[in-house]
Design a binder for this molecule. Structure first.
Ligand code: NDP
Length: 318
C-alpha cells in the first residue's frame, strides 16, 4: 500500500502523512527543499516514518518534477498549492503554481499505470464564489462552482487560483481516464504539527494577538483532523466520487471572537469589526455528502481550543 502526498510539510498535509502512516501506508512525500529541517523534522519524527516515509524534492513549477514521487504509488494526494491572501504578483505567486502545478502532478499520474485514484485538495474557495448571494437561507453544496470572472472582478486571487486548478484538474482527469476525488474544505483550524505558521492558523492568531478589530467576514470552519481523515476516506471508499465540501459550521468572525471569549475570558480580544458595514451574512454549507465519508465534524469550539493551545505550545503566542 504505497501512496504519495505532495506538499507534505504543510498544515493539512502533515496531518495527512501522520494518519496515513498510522493506517499502515508507505508514504512517498514531496517537499520543495528536503534539506530545510523546519519543513521535514516533524515529518521524520512521526510514528512509522523511519520505516515507511520517504521524502522527495519536487516543485510545482517544474514539469516532470513529480514523476519520481508518483512512481509505484496506488494513491496520490495532491495537496501542494500556495495559500496566502495578498500576493504582489497573483499570476506568478498563486495561479501558476496552483494551476500548472496541478496539471504537472496529474501529468505524472497519467504516465503511471499503478495510480488507481487521485485525491485533490481543493477548497470551498473553488465552490462558493460565483456571484450568487450567500445569505443565511442559502445552502451551498457540491454543485456550486466558483466563477473565475467573479473572482477576478473582486480580486480574490487565492479563490481564483483554486477555481482554475480544480476546473483544469477535472478536465484533465476526464480526458486521461484518471479516477479523481476532490476535497473542498473551508477554513481549516486545529492543532499544528509543523513548526511554521500557515495562513488559516494565522487567522486565529491575529484575533488573540492584540488586534483591535476582527475581519467583517463569515467563513466555514473545519478541523484539520477531519480534513486529513476525509482525504483518506475519499481514497479508500471505492464509491467515493466527485467533490466533498467540508464545513463544520459557518460563522462570522464576531462569533469566533465570542467563542474565544468564553474559552479564554482573560484574553484581550478585538471588540469591533474592521469596517462600518453591516456584518457579512452567514450562509450554510451542506454536510450531507461529507457525512457519507464518515466525518466526525469536530466542533468549532474544540477546534479553536486546539488551535490556541497549539499556537501557545509552538510559541507563536503567549
Ligand atoms: P500550507 O501553507 O501549510 O501548505 C502549502 C503547501 O504547498 C506547502 O507544503 C508548500 O510547500 C506547498 N507549495 C507551495 N508552493 C509550492 C511550489 N511551488 N512547489 C511545491 N510545493 C509548493 O497550507 P495548507 O496546509 O493550509 O494548504 C494545503 C492545501 O489545502 C492547499 O492546496 C490549500 O489551497 C488547501 N486548503 C487549505 C485550507 C486552509 O484553511 N488551510 C482550506 C481549503 C483548502 P513548502 O513547504 O515547500 O512551502
Amino acid at each position: 500500500k504505497t501512496v504519495c502526498v505532495t506538499g507534505a510539510s504543510g498544515f493539512i498535509a502533515s496531518w495527512l502523512v501522520k494518519l496515513l502512516l498510522q493506517r499502515g501506508y508507505t508514504v512517498r512525500a514531496s517537499v520543495r527543499d528536503p534539506s530545510d529541517q523546519k519543513k521535514t523534522d516533524h515529518l521524520l519524527a512521526l510514528d512509522g516514518a523511519k520505516e515507511r516515509l520517504r521524502l522527495f524534492k519536487a516543485n510545482l513549477l517544474e514539469e516532470g518534477s513529480f514523476d519520481s514521487v508518483v512512481d509505484g504509488c496506488e494513491g496520490v494526494f495532491h495537496t501542494a498549492s500556495p495559500f496566502f491572501i495578498t500576493p504582489s504578483d497573483p499570476q506568478a505567486e498563486l495561479i501558476e503554481p496552483a494551476l500548472n502545478g496541478t496539471l504537472n502532478v496529474l501529468g505524472s499520474c497519467a504516465k503511471n499505470p499503478t495510480v488507481k485514484r487521485v485525491v485533490l485538495t481543493s477548497s470551498v474557495a473553488a465552490v462558493a464564489y460565483n456571484g450568487r448571494p450567500r445569505t443565511s437561507d442559502v445552502i451551498i453544496d457540491e454543485t456550486w462552482f466558483s466563477d473565475p470572472e467573479s473572482c477576478k472582478e473582486n480580486k480574490l486571487w487565492y479563490q481564483l487560483s483554486k477555481t482554475l486548478a480544480e476546473d483544469a484538474a477535472w478536465k484533465f482527469a476526464k480526458e486521461n481516464g484518471i479516477d479523481m476525488v476532490a476535497i473542498n474544505p473551508a477554513m481549516v483550524i486545529g492543532p499544528l504539527l509543523q513548526p511554521t505558521l500557515n495562513t488559516s492558523s494565522a487567522a486565529i492568531l491575529n484575533l488573540i494577538n492584540g488586534s483591535q478589530t476582527y475581519p467583517n467576514a463569515s467563513f466555514g470552519w473545519i478541523n484539520v483532523k477531519d480534513v486529513a481523515n476525509a482525504h483518506i476516506q475519499a481514497y479508500e471508499i471505492p464509491s467515493a466520487n466527485g467533490r466533498y465540501c467540508l464545513v463544520e459550521r459557518v460563522a462570522h468572525y464576531s462569533e469566533v471572537v465570542n467563542i474565544l471569549h468564553k474559552l479564554y475570558p482573560s484574553f484581550q480580544l478585538p471588540e469591533k469589526s474592521a469596517d462600518d458595514k453591516p456584518f457579512m451574512p452567514t450562509y450554510q454549507v451542506s454536510r450531507e455528502k461529507a457525512k457519507t465519508l464518515g466525518i466526525d465534524f469536530i466542533s468549532l469550539e474544540e477546534g479553536l481550543k486546539e488551535t490556541v493551545e497549539s499556537l501557545t505550545e509552538k510559541k507563536f503566542f503567549g
